[in-house]
Design a protein around this ligand. Structure first.
Ligand code: SF4
Length: 496
């Protein structure tokens, strides 16, 4: 029996390429292979390629927001792209492999239209091939998908890989358990996955999170249990990757990696000891909760090979945090961030802009709060996350159209509220870009750069006399900063 597992292409204004390692499909493929299935994985996002495609009509309102001609550090997105293989290229691969079953992963509701179109085309050419959809979107919208898309034969919910064996009519593998599985990387072309020209791999050490943030999607996929792998099995996987595949950069994609402090402590000690001479770098790009970190743990993270820390504050306002059931207060966040900065970590702190009931004052307060912490501020534009408590509440209150699937993504500023218009959201997004740029040049020139005269000492240009065709990004940004200091206006710059 032949099975082809597909990571589908993506259509959007941008793609964070490094975050597309197909680890979920590797876990599934490993189980199928172990049970005698002839399995292949097709990562349609590799090798990396993108092509400009027409903007979907649903996003016409963004023509006022995005321009391909915008330049300078305040620049937002420009063109709309297809990332990855075309449907015809995928069909060609399917033809070469001639599988009995095709599994397509669909984690994001906003991208389901691409999966549905692909499934339809595959079915038209290979009517006898069974098409199975899995992933987060499939978990939340199982019935809808089956009802509306006859080309899709089965939908698998949740993260139990054994469900796929059942769909194939094979007996469940009772010995299978996430905590004991080491994904078989021979199923992918590892040379595609690099970071800073070094071999790179995703890892997952835990599944789930028992916290109950109202906007979080983790519980719908994994339930509320928190399951950890043994430190020994993680070290075994990392050692194999390091010594046989020359992987030097590891990204833990866990939802709450440090939740169990003692276990995390043990993991860090094991990594430090095992890879003492291997110059590895560790990341937790999916973020790490400030709730459980301490200065001592941060020191151990540094020793193990972490140099970056992604932490999410969401909002600085405690009342809003309480509403969202976020598990920590600002004091803990601040303690962790300050300790991390002192240790030398590059800290990226996330906030959400456009949350239901969030006000301009709240956003302003959160930005000011983060500005004082010497971090890179990363704004996430709010979108309604299907399958969450918050989503159900918004739908019940008629505040979100539950069928507007294509818009459930950050890049399209999808939700306007009584307190925040789209214009406001764009303003704050760019304002944060300006702040980050300002902090960057202050660092670069080791100077406070508090006045227009200070900025003139680096670049003399003003917006009215700058040659936008030839000016550097920095010159444009400094001219924009001067304009802001003089008039309070953030002006966007476009090439002719
Ligand atoms: S702490 Fe993080 S992973 Fe856990 S529920 Fe909250 S947002 Fe989700």
């Amino acid at each position: 029996m032949k099975v082809l597992l597909i990571q589908p292409p993506i259509e959007d204004f941008y793609l964070t390429e490094i975050r597309t390692y197909p680890l979920g499909l590797l876990y599934l493929g490993t189980l199928l292979k172990k049970n005698g299935v002839d399995v292949s994985i097709l990562d349609c996002l590799k090798p990396y390629k993108k092509k400009t495609i027409p903007l979907p009509k649903e996003f016409n309102y963004l023509k006022e927001v995005y321009s391909e001609k915008e330049i300078g550090p305040l620049k937002l997105f420009g063109a709309y792209y297809r990332f990855g293989l075309t449907d015809d290229e995928i069909i060609k691969k399917v033809c070469e492999l001639s599988p009995d079953y095709i599994g397509i992963t669909c984690n994001f509701t906003a991208y389901f239209n691409i999966v549905a179109a692909l499934a339809e085309k595959i079915k038209a050419v290979f009517p006898n091939t069974k098409i199975i959809i899995g992933g987060y979107h499939a978990t939340v919208y199982k019935e809808d998908i089956l009802l509306k898309h006859s080309c899709i034969d089965k939908v698998i919910s949740g993260s139990d890989e054994n469900d796929f064996l059942r769909v194939l009519g094979l007996p469940e593998d009772e010995s299978h358990c996430f905590t004991r599985t080491v994904p078989d990387r021979s199923l992918i072309n590892s040379s595609y996955y690099k970071m800073h020209r070094k071999n790179f791999s995703f890892l997952i050490a835990t599944r789930g999170c028992p916290r109950k943030c109202t906007f979080c999607t983790v519980a719908s996929m994994h339930g509320s249990n928190f399951i950890k792998r043994s430190v020994a099995s993680i070290l075994e996987e990392m050692s194999y990757l390091c010594h046989h595949e020359n992987v030097r950069v590891f990204d833990f994609e866990d939802d709450n990696l440090s939740l169990d402090r003692n276990w995390f402590d043990e993991l860090l000690a094991g990594v430090t000891e095992t890879f003492r001479n291997d110059d590895i770098r560790l990341y937790a790009m999916n973020g790490i909760s400030a709730e459980t970190l301490s200065e001592e743990l941060l020191q151990k993270m540094w020793q193990a090979g972490f140099r970056n820390l992604n932490v999410s504050l969401v909002t600085a306002q405690d009342s809003l945090k309480e509403k969202l059931r976020r598990p920590f207060l600002n004091e803990q966040f601040e303690l962790v961030v300050k300790a991390a900065v002192l240790l030398g970590f590059e800290v990226t702190a996330y906030l959400i802009i456009g949350l239901p009931d969030q006000t301009k004052e709240d956003i302003q307060e959160t930005i000011e709060y983060l500005s004082g912490l010497n971090v890179l501020i990363a704004p996430s534009i709010y979108y309604p996350p299907p399958g969450t408590e918050q989503f159900s509440e918004l739908v019940a209150g008629n505040r979100v159209d539950p069928d507007n699937w294509i818009s459930f993504r950050s890049s399209v500023f999808p939700v306007e509220t009584d307190f925040l218009s789209r214009k406001d959201l764009v303003y704050y997004f760019q304002y944060i870009r300006m702040l980050n740029f300002y902090n960057e040049i202050k660092k670069k020139y080791a100077s406070a750069l508090g006045s227009i005269a200070d900025l003139n000492s680096i670049s003399p240009f003003l917006l009215e006399n700058i040659d936008v065709q030839r000016a550097t990004e920095e010159e444009i940004g400094i001219a924009q900063l001067k304009e802001y200091l003089a008039s309070g206006k953030m002006l966007r710059i476009y090439r002719k």
